[in-house]
Design a binder for this molecule. Structure first.
Ligand SMILES: [Zn+2]
Length: 478
């Protein structure tokens, strides 16, 4: 896939990384990476990605992508493999798999796809790279690579690619011969990922034709986007040969018309409304409604309301919202948008019932789960907010957003130690252990708290200091 640029770069740069004498992990090349090691590499790359501004931390878009990805992954040959799907704010059409089952998708891909099956086909291909252990095997080929080295280089390259400096990164490394041998190697994997991806796509109930359609669209787009791209992109493994291969396989499968989910259309409208300037967004969705040029009227109305909200045109937003709610009677995204309207136009106090009603219908919908305690805090009810957040934490323990809300609630209640402790737990889950250590130190220094809270915080501080030191050792001379 085009999508392989990162891994190709990763492979090309590894020998150089090793030559620098960075810390080593022993002979991973002999035994191959264990799933736990792979996960660690993936997790270190994710720490960099999550801290980057291109990481799209929108709970609705993330939840949509995650649901779609897991629906596909459930049909993969290796159901034990864990996956995490995430979005990057990047107009280029791209997606990629990292070690450990992390799969990134650019917003450009979501917006360029003409059907949900097209997005699903790309995800299925990436899932196949993971379950066919292509990435694990590529990593294992690199002799004595350290986890930190791999992660540091992958992250550096990924981020340089994301911010549009791939040409510089690529120019710095690799020879034509090296690139060619990597591409030959990758071509095998590409074919394999297409084969398994197509099966996944078919079994998950999507239209297998979409894979070919989308790859052809991708090929056209690649020509537009990558005119000045380095040579490895020009000899990229997305070839006519590969498309012909997919075509052959598809002949054995039956064509099926698969309607897109409403969420697919709504998420795209949401992203478009957020990326455009408010006035341009309003014009775009007005035009699509006037000319009836849309894949979904509800989505265009949703986009119009979102754009009107950003422009603070509340009377019109309200009118359009009423029309939208008639078009889509029961939907978590529309309910969330309704509460969002309330927050902005009416204030938090008057919007609490909106959240309470919506949560009755969608008790675990993340945008609502975060939105409600936020509204409570803004309405001056930190006790209620804390009760709600801590109730949710019983079920979900790894969500940094819940800890951030908890910290705000404790802060409003004047409980300093608890506030900094919650803030520290949020940082840990965001992958910033150093900041977590600092928070606990501040909390213990300025803090209140009884004997038990103090000794618990001290024990946690010792634990995190140890973890921080391990992570620093892992990442070597980054
Ligand atoms: Zn691929």
């Amino acid at each position: 896939m085009p999508l392989r640029a990162l891994l190709i770069l990763l492979l090309l740069t590894l020998p150089r990384a090793l030559a620098q004498g960075l810390p080593e992990l022993g002979d991973a090349s002999q035994a191959g990476f264990t799933p736990a090691q792979e996960r660690r590499i993936g997790e270190s790359i994710m720490r960099e990605i999550r801290a980057d501004r291109s990481y799209l931390d929108d709970p609705e878009a993330a939840e949509y992508l995650s649901n779609l990805g897991h629906r596909l992954a459930a049909r993969s040959p290796d159901a034990r493999q864990g996956f995490e799907f995430f979005l990057l704010r990047d107009p280029q059409i791209n997606a990629f798999a990292l070690p450990g089952g992390y799969i990134g998708v650019n917003t450009g891909l979501l917006l360029a796809a003409q059907s949900e099956s097209e997005v699903a086909s790309v995800l299925a291909h990436e899932i196949a790279h993971v379950t066919q252990r292509h990435i694990a095997r590529m990593l294992a080929q690199q002799q004595q690579a350290s986890v930190g080295t791999l992660a540091a280089f992958a992250a550096a390259l990924l981020l340089s690619r994301v911010s549009g400096q791939a040409a510089e990164a690529a120019a710095a490394f690799g020879t034509a011969a090296g690139i060619q041998s990597q591409l030959n190697f990758t071509r095998e994997n590409e074919r394999d990922a297409d084969r398994v991806g197509l099966q996944i796509l078919d079994q998950a109930g999507f239209d297998p034709q979409a894979m070919q359609v989308f790859f052809e669209r991708l090929q056209r787009a690649t020509r537009v986007y990558e005119g000045g791209a380095p040579s490895y992109l020009r000899t990229h493994p997305l070839t006519f040969e590969r498309i012909a291969d997919i075509q052959n396989r598809m002949q054995a499968m039956s064509y099926r018309q698969v309607p897109d989910s409403i969420e697919f259309q709504l998420v795209r409208a949401k992203l478009r409304a957020e990326f455009e300037a408010p006035r341009d967004g309003i014009a775009y969705f007005e035009r699509s409604l006037a000319e009836r040029k849309f894949l979904s009227e509800a989505a265009s109305r949703y986009g119009l309301v979102a754009s009107l909200l950003r422009a603070r045109d509340y009377p019109r937003a309200r009118a359009e919202l009423d029309t939208l709610r008639k078009l889509v009677p029961a939907n978590a995204m529309v309910d969330t948008l309704t509460c969002e309207f309330g927050l902005q136009a009416l204030g938090p106090q008057k919007t609490l019932p909106c959240f309470q009603e919506a949560l009755k219908m969608y008790p675990s919908y993340r945008a609502l789960v975060y939105g409600y305690p936020d509204a409570l805090l803004r309405a001056g009810q930190p006790g209620e907010a804390l009760k709600f957040v801590e109730g949710r934490m019983q079920a979900v323990s790894d969500d940094y957003r819940l800890y951030l809300l908890q910290a705000r609630a404790y802060g409003a209640l004047g409980r300093r130690l608890a506030q900094h402790r919650a803030q520290a737990e949020a940082y840990v889950r965001m992958g910033n252990v150093t900041a977590a250590v600092e928070q606990l130190q501040i909390g213990l220094k300025n803090g209140d708290g009884d004997f038990f809270q103090l000794s618990s915080a001290e024990a946690r501080l010792r634990e995190l200091r140890k973890l921080d030191a391990e992570l620093r050792r892992d990442s070597g001379k980054r």
